[in-house]
Write a protein that binds this ligand. Sequence first.
Ligand code: HEM
Length: 129
Amino acid sequence: MYPVIYGVNRHTVQTRTIKGVTFPKGSNVYIPIFHIHRDPAIYPDPDTFNPDRWSENTVRHPMAYIPFGAGPRVCVGMRLAVFELKVAIIKVLRAVKFSTTKKTQEKIVFADSSFLMPKTPIVLHVERR
Ligand code: HEM
């Protein structure tokens, strides 16, 4: 739901036609990662946090989920990043419990940046386990 990078660019070195759309040589093509991940045709009700959508036996296009980009220039740190994130989340969640408060925003407003980040800090209550 919250890919760190909104999208990636590619520069065409040859003219190519894909599904009837011609990309002339030398074009800049923007691949909108965030918007692909919020496309209701791929993820019904995309703004809802629903981890179960990943446990369903759903077959998706290989490019339907690309937080680390794709192809020859895919993020080289992808596996390390996922591993680090899992370890960090496990360590934090074993130590503390998060809950929402009256001050927790209903909807996250994003900062004006090429990285996806909230405009204001996300307010949560933190309690030791
Ligand atoms: C959650 C963490 C991370 C995310 C979401 C992320 C995402 C991305 C994305 C979207 C790209 C562009 C891929 C493309 O153009 O198709 C990229 C490239 C890259 N990432 Fe990451 N990245 C993460 C962590 C890391 C880490 C931990 C490292 C290094 C240890 C790393 C190193 C790189 C490098 C070197 C590239 C450029 C690859 C190239 O152009 O050939 N990234 N990353």
